[in-house]
Design a protein around this ligand. Structure first.
Ligand code: FAD
Length: 384
């Protein structure tokens, strides 16, 4: 097997994560508190700005550097979900923003002075069927006036800016269902209390996700990214990076579970011998390793294609599906290997078990990936 890419970055991420042990995450998890210190430390170390080009103050590295960082965070028992969006959401501005928008926002995002952590797409009534979103932005002089609702918008309370997908032409008046949507950059510092209300949603994991209510929120037209009506295309672009990065978090989770299970199985003695001597215990650990290694190869492939600027929608989807299923298998295996102790908070396994389950649903659910592969790759008839 080839050596992992970016060994120095991995080593420094591991050192940083060692300062945030399980007890730190357990305390936050209990009360669903945002990991502010962890995010600040990652920001100051420059790990969240690796994808921002050097001319704007970032490290200008490729996606594989970001996958290495997130994998190591997760392998260390930490969680990058609180801040991973700071790495890639800026891609929408970088790829589709005007020179003025890039100059205005990217240096602050690179330094961490500006948090661009929120990405608002999902709505309660449209779900995965994104072209049916209803949040609407009506032009009024130099502003757009936004009305509608979003759900599951993570980190909205911990973000200065949000990339927001809205309709600017009703679906039934657009030429294609994916036309007529636009991307606005919302300044949360001005918006909250002036037409935007944020309501946190408590979930089975500590994820700072929220529901957003827009009631005639004014957004300057200068904050439109790219062309009006072409927004769907812009966000699809960013979604490939997101899927590959989240897949790398799953790889990290999977390796965390395998490391923990292998160590425990070697030391825990029952019936006078280590439980790991039993093949009934060994084989699931070995199977998890095989599955995670295969998924990791797919993540590396998708990241390499993304870095080379090649179309990688299918590979990004396949990497996310394989990695999220492999990490879930590893999570289940790890609980089983630990017996009763798998359920104890202080072991961190039940927390990671809850955390890694998310990735088969968000940012895209498995069925939608299978549907993409069935219809786009295998050319089966479309079901929707
Ligand atoms: C903790 C959390 C954080 C999130 N963060 C964000 C965020 O920051 N920004 C954001 O925009 N969104 C976010 N999401 C939303 C997430 O992307 C969606 O939940 C996810 O894409 C699934 O959409 P849905 O919940 O609307 O499910 P639905 O679309 O209602 O689907 C429900 C189930 O039905 C299946 N299904 C639907 N249609 C079909 C079909 N035609 N064929 C077969 N199966 C089908 C789906 O696969 C899914 O399993 C987050 C969600 C969670 C839970």
């Amino acid at each position: 097997m080839s050596e992992p890419l970016h060994p120095e970055i991995r080593e420094s991420v591991r050192r940083l994560c060692a300062e945030f042990p399980g007890s730190y995450w357990q305390a936050l998890d209990r009360d669903r508190i945002y990991p502010t210190d962890f995010v600040r430390t990652l920001t100051e170390a420059g790990f969240l700005s690796v994808l921002v080009p050097e001319e704007y103050g970032g490290a200008g590295l490729g996606l594989s550097a970001a996958t290495a960082i997130l994998e190591e965070i997760h392998r260390s028992g930490c969680n990058g979900g609180a801040c991973h969006a700071q790495m890639y959401t800026m891609g929408t501005i970088l790829k589709h923003g005007s020179p003025e928008q890039k100059a205005r926002y990217l240096p602050g995002i690179a330094s961490g002075a500006l948090r661009l952590q929120a990405f608002g797409v999902t709505e309660p009534t449209s779900g995965t069927d994104t072209t049916r979103i209803k949040t609407f932005a009506r032009r009024d002089g130099d502003d757009y006036i936004v009305s509608g609702q979003k759900i599951w918008i993570s980190r909205a309370e911990h973000s200065d800016l949000m990339v927001l997908l809205v309709r600017t032409t009703p679906r039934d008046q657009a030429q294609k269902s994916s036309d007529g949507m636009s991307v606005l950059l919302v300044d949360m510092r001005e918006a909250v209390g002036n037409g935007l209300t944020i309501r946190p949603i408590r979930t089975m994991l500590n994820h700072a996700t929220t529901e957003l209510f827009f009631d005639d929120l004014r957004v300057p037209a200068a904050n439109l990214i790219g062309e009006e009506g072409k927004g769907f295309r812009y966000i699809l672009d960013g979604m490939n990076a997101e899927r590959i990065l989240i897949a790398s978090e799953c790889i990290g989770d999977g390796r965390f579970f395998i490391d923990r299970a292998a160590a425990y199985a070697s030391e825990r003695e029952v019936f006078g011998r280590p439980i790991g001597e039993n093949q009934g215990i060994q084989f699931p650990i070995a199977r998890a390793h095989v599955q995670i290694s295969a998924a990791a190869a797919m993540v590396d492939k998708a990241a390499a294609m993304f870095e080379a600027g090649e179309p990688c929608g299918t590979e990004a989807n396949m990497a996310k599906m394989l990695a999220s299923e492999a990490s879930w298998y590893a999570a289940d295996m790890c609980i089983q290997t630990h017996g009763g102790f798998g359920f104890a908070e202080e072991y961190d396994i039940e927390r990671k078990f809850r955390e890694t389950r998310l990735y088969q649903v968000a940012p895209i659910s498995t069925n939608l990936i299978l549907s993409h592969v069935a219809t786009h790759v295998l050319k089966l008839p479309k079901s929707f």
